[in-house]
Ligand binder design. Sequence first.
Ligand SMILES: C[S@@+](CC[C@H](N)C(=O)[O-])C[C@H]1O[C@@H](n2cnc3c(N)ncnc32)[C@H](O)[C@@H]1O
Length: 335
Amino acid sequence: MEPVKTHEPNQWLEPIHAIVYTTLTIHGIAKVSFSHITWAINHLFCVHQLPVLKDAPMKKPPAMNKNTSSDFKKITETQKKTWSAGDFNQIARQNWMMGEALCAAADLRPGQRVLDVACGSGTAALVAERRYCEVTGLDYVPELIDRARLRAEANGQEARFIVGDAQDLPFPDNSFDVILSVYGVQFAPDQQKAADEMLRVCKPGGTIALAGPVPRGWSGDFFAAHARYNPPPPGIPSPLDWGTEDGIRKLLGAGCSSIDCSNRVSIQYYHSADHAVEVFSRWFGPTIIASEKLPGPEYDSLLEDLKNVFEKYNQADDGTAAVENIYLQVLAEVK
Ligand SMILES: C[S@@+](CC[C@H](N)C(=O)[O-])C[C@H]1O[C@@H](n2cnc3c(N)ncnc32)[C@H](O)[C@@H]1O
């Protein structure tokens, strides 16, 4: 099946989803999940051959999740605001190395249909495009998608970037040969839904290639510092669940014929540990939100803790910072 060549269906479908969902909730129609309604509406548009899902026979609606979808939706909205704060593009310079390594590990070939889930300003997507892949990047922060488009245009690269949610991918089944995500899909609160969506849109025999945070090392300590001062809502699974082989097998195992997990190292470079903290406090959404929420002394204390984390993993001895980041690289073949 040809990939769908449309742009940002969610920009106009989202309000319809929201209205239908709210109406059903108000009328007390019990336990209908947002994703089922999404599926129903998408199916409706499919039947009427509107461009969004042209040629797109949808698979059955996704399985119900024990947690309520409205909880996930609320949390997703809050998280979206967090990632919209600051400018992740400024932080993303540290992610290029992982994007390059991931595209090499997935052995991307020209012409392959590649989706970068939670692409931010296009880190892995633009690497894949350099291999002449047919690339789509998706993220729910419109400003980052705008930035990704600008970067592609400035580089003379051809990629499509669309606004959307990793938990509700606006693509037909089996649309892609390879799914990439670098420190991205791991943040979706409905982890199983996000995993199922990647499995759904990846063709059988295709590859899901992930780079993500691990519980130990810089990522684990860095996330733990934020969680100490600004704890996540109770009951929400940690992104670090994606950072162990066990966690990956729970999320992706049923849909994959093989899964290869390996710990990798990338290095982040800054003028100094102080400069690293300055970069994050200026540009990184979660740190900015913490600055808005926390009383001054607590925020100062968070920054002190972050500095300690950067110093702990700094391998440079010339006053600069070369911070070791161990991450999990996953290559999973879809059944
Ligand atoms: C740490 S940044 C990584 C961005 C990019 N992958 C990179 O390596 O530069 C996390 C990204 O995930 C996006 N994100 C988080 N949850 C998402 C979701 N449910 N759907 C779409 N994007 C999401 C955020 O907007 C943000 O751009």
